[in-house]
Each structure stands twice: as structure tokens, then as C-alpha cells.
Design a protein around this ligand. Sequence first.
Ligand SMILES: [Zn+2]
Length: 192
Amino acid sequence: MNKPTRTVWNPARLDAAAFAQADASLEGQTALAELERLVEDLHLPDDGPVPGQVAWALRGEMRAPRTGQQPDVWLHLQASVTVPLTCQRCLGPVDASLEVDRWFRFVADEATAEAQDDDCEEDLLALEPRPDMLAVLEDELLMSLPLVPLHDTCPEPVPLGDPAPIVEAAPERPHPFAQLARLRGKGPDGAS
Ligand SMILES: [Zn+2]
């Protein structure tokens, strides 16, 4: 049998089944600037370049649920990057390390993934249409963002207790998340 050898994989349109059957692995660097949804959440100077790269690694594996059963396609995605977020106390930049370390099981298509999603703990992806693993990477990075990024100790003292000068013409509106961060310190109020 004349089986073609694959040496190049396209992470943006990955043939996950072939990737797993080949026990393949792939490493790469993607510029943060290409992850536009993530960039929206970063603390960046206006019009400045978006710094940094995300280092990621993909590994494929065929895994049978039980001996003798049809093996499933699994993919492991790992990534790490440090990104500047906005501290919700002082509104200055604060570095956050984002880590992705997740396994995905592949099913035939998106309808199957939806049908099985409630019944299994693992994350499901569809084989067809071929997944854009860089979009999956971005989804995972977005989910790993801290809800309320904060400095351990803010570099600038925050005048929380100072009586604020009353400026009637242009009252300073605190960032909504900054208020949220302050409220969090007061403990749960019994909601949900
Ligand atoms: Zn701060």
C-alpha cells in the first residue's frame, strides 16, 4: 500500500483523524496580534504594536474506550503566554500568565458533538469541518483569563479611603470592574 507520509500539518484546518493516527505532534508560535479577540482584553498602549507570541503544542493520539472498541481521535493542546491585563484596582497594566492544558475528543461532526456534549465530561470537537486549532487555542486562552486581574500590590497607591473632590461638571466614573473588585472584598451576599 502506498501510504503518503505527512510531514506538514495545517493547524488552521487540521485533519485531526490523520494527525492522531500518525501519533503526530506539532509545536508553534503564534503572534498575539493574530488573536484579535484576546487582544481586545489586553492592556496595550493606543496604536502600539501587540507584543509577544503564544507558544503552543499539539499532540494526537488514538484511544480506544475499551479493548476491542473503535478507537477515538484525541488531541492534546498546551500553550502558555504572559499577557498584560488591566489591574481592576489601579487600572494599570498587570502581567498574567495564561496556561492551556486540555484534551479534546473528536466526533464525526458538530451535530454529534452537540448531542453527546451533555453526556460526557471531556471536551468535544468535530472532525468535519476540519477544526481551526488556533481558534480553539484562542477560545481556551480567553477562558483562562482571570475574572478580575489585580496586582498583588499596586505600584501606585490607590486613594480608596480619601474623600474624593467633588467635581460637578465631569464626575470621575469608576471603571465598573474596579467597583466589582472592591465589592468582592466584602464577602458573598448570598446570591446564587
Ligand atoms: Zn494595580
